[in-house]
Design a protein around this ligand. Structure first.
Ligand code: BGP
Length: 465
């Protein structure tokens, strides 16, 4: 099957500062929660590989941008690290700022437009010690960081984002307790989710102020990136199954979509939270602050759908409210390495939802990718990894993107996660995502997999075969 994407549709790479830069002791960088956790308990990381090196991009970025250029990619999204740009008093760290100025200049030289996100799960550890997202002070500190970033890099960066996947910390760190600070308390998770929404809105307000003062480029824009997951349930759902969909969709998708598109939060979700003893910690005047949350465009990360049904119990073992339980679709296809369902049509379904509900809102696929364990087993006699599964994965998703565009969705580009293998949190380098591999045994050297040539063809012709 062949599909075509519009001539001005862009292709690029999705990455993040904490997963690529390394250089954790350089430029006066402070400890993030990931650096701290790696120091405290290296056994929590696959093969004992902590956060310190990323994929060594902090040392190799010139070569990496050359690779992007060679593959026909014209943009990439990374994130600044709060811990590198800002010191413990809230002031700019000049050495850290220069690190990013140099990176931006190097990207430009290779014709790569570097989009900049401000936060990718990388809370400074000293902020966590002060209460992290549970405290309003952190919201204000984040707005201060954003203000500094917009003003310092205003003439260099065109596309800004406030957060990547803001839903992940409330879930992973405060409900499921898998990530530092290992909490299982839904009420606290709701506070975190609410404060991140406010932090996003305050950062957008800072952007608008900088815009008014002419301190950012005239073509600059700001967005929010979330892992939107189209929700599905059984074919013949009960009212309770539909209720499970409402709250799952509400917390995961609508919360962020309403905030980004309209500057509001979904009232039905807020009401249900209050009824389940997890009210948002709203203060007078917050609605006005949240109204600044409207963005210029949206990043849509897509890996898998979410399939739910009515829960069996109302509360979990920690006494937290439960709104849904997983529904295993009998026809599901899995990426066994990651334990994630592969369902390309989800990208279309959610893209069309954006189109239906917010017809003017432009978006791009800001992450999509396939992480596979043990890729060495796929090397041919010449040593090249034959990753046809990655080609199939991207082809199938792009076909649905092309169809969404045909049907009126304003999807303007696609960033693959991660064009070059990188460090994946606790999984470290277990699952490899790249079209380009990284050899951990030989100085993090880069090498092309079979799919790199395929990507180059797609990125330069916009024909997907
Ligand atoms: C997204 C994150 C990325 C990235 C990716 C792949 O949710 O934005 O940071 O890591 O998922 O997931 P993982 O690295 O856990 O395999």
């Amino acid at each position: 099957m062949t599909s075509r994407l519009p001539d001005d549709f862009f292709f690029g790479a999705a990455l993040s500062g904490p997963q690529t830069e390394g250089c954790w002791k350089k430029t006066g960088k402070l400890e993030s929660v990931w650096d701290h956790w790696s120091q405290q308990d290296i056994d929590a990381f696959y093969n004992k590989v902590g956060s310190y090196v990323g994929n060594d991009m902090g040392n190799q970025y010139r070569g990496d941008y050359k690779i992007f250029h060679d593959l026909g990619l014209t943009s990439a999204r990374t994130s600044m690290q709060w811990t590198r740009l800002i010191d413990q008093t809230g002031a700019l760290n000049r050495e850290g700022a220069d690190f990013y100025h140099e990176m931006l200049a190097a990207a430009k030289e290779e014709g790569v437009d570097l989009f900049m996100n401000l936060y990718h799960f990388d809370m400074p550890y000293y902020m966590l010690e002060r209460g992290g997202w549970e405290k309003r002070e952190t919201v204000e500190a984040f707005a201060g960081y954003a203000r500094t970033a917009f003003r310092e890099f205003g003439q260099e960066v065109r596309c800004w984002f406030t957060f990547n996947e803001p839903i992940v910390e409330p879930e992973n760190s405060y409900t499921e307790g898998n990530w530092i600070p290992f909490v299982h308390d839904f009420k606290r998770a709701v506070t975190v989710q609410y404060h991140i929404a406010l932090a996003h809105a305050l950062a957008v307000r800072e952007f608008r102020l900088a815009q008014k003062e002419g301190l950012v480029r005239s073509d600059a824009k700001i967005g929010l990136i979330n892992c939107f997951a189209p929700p599905y349930t059984k074919e013949d759902p009960s009212a309770a199954d539909l209720e499970a969909v409402r709250m799952t969709d509400g917390l995961h998708n609508r919360w962020w979509l309403d905030l980004a598109a309209d500057g509001t939060l979904p009232q039905d979700v807020i009401d249900t939270l209050a009824a389940r003893d997890a009210a948002v910690p709203a203060r007078p005047g917050d609605d006005e602050l949240l109204s600044f949350g409207k963005v210029d465009w949206l990043g849509f990360n897509y890996y898998q759908p979410v399939r739910v049904q009515a829960p069996e119990a109302d509360a979990d073992e920690w006494g937290n409210p439960v709104f849904a339980r997983p529904y295993i679709w009998p026809e599901r296809r899995m990426n066994e390495s990651r334990g994630w369902e592969i369902y390309p049509q989800g990208i279309y379904d959610f893209g069309m939802k954006i189109k239906r509900e917010h017809p003017d809102l432009e978006f791009f696929i800001s992450e999509n990718g396939m992480g596979v364990e043990g890729e060495d087993a796929f090397r041919d006699e010449s040593g090249v990894i034959q990753d046809d599964y990655r080609i199939d994965f991207v082809r199938d998703h792009l076909a649905w993107v092309a169809k969404a565009i045909e049907d009126g969705a304003k999807c303007v580009g696609y960033h693959y996660w991660a064009v070059i293998d990188n460090w994946s949190w606790n999984n470290a380098f277990k699952n490899r995502y790249g079209f380009v591999g990284v050899d951990l045994m030989h100085g993090y050297q880069r090498y092309y997999k079979k799919s790199a040539e395929w990507l180059r063809r797609v990125a330069t012709t916009r024909v997907v075969e």
